[in-house]
Design a protein around this ligand. Sequence first.
Ligand code: DLZ
Length: 168
Amino acid sequence: MITKKTNLSDYNPEIIPSGKDFNIGIVVSEWNSEITNSLLDGAYNTLLKHDVAEENITVERVPGSFELPSGAKFMLKYGKYDAIICLGCVIQGETRHFDFICDAVANAIAQLAMEENRPVIFGVLTTNDMQQAQDRSGGKHGNKGVEAAVTALKMADLRAHLKHNSKK
Ligand code: DLZ
């Protein structure tokens, strides 16, 4: 099957909501840190570009992607955030570990967002090899960290807007 590969970070900056009133948490996995640090750079710089104040961005680290949901949950419990961005990179190995981690993390992040009524963004690369991960963390297919930050701003803005309207 031929698939059209697009740059994941292509977006129109003019239609992204301003983040000036938002407090954003980022939780980053230490596994594959070469990749996750690039995702963090992409997410952090995108938040700054869209007016999130530096003092309103908090970065916390967890050992692996499996710990991203609990790291995000701790941040939501002990801090005041409009959105949490989870950044990780799981690379396919020879065992089924990959499937278990990817499924568990994706499901737990989705569940957390529902339970907490807050955007919790899935910025986790799940790739066959290191090259695919590099291509998506600042390489030829963009940077999933940028995409995750844009999604966080859009979802935080949607929540704020609906909350504001419900009080009218
Ligand atoms: C154990 C493990 C393996 C094999 N691979 C990855 C990976 O590619 N990316 C990642 O973020 N984490 C990996 N881990 C670690 C798990 O996420 C987790 O930290 C451990 O299983 C401890 O709970």
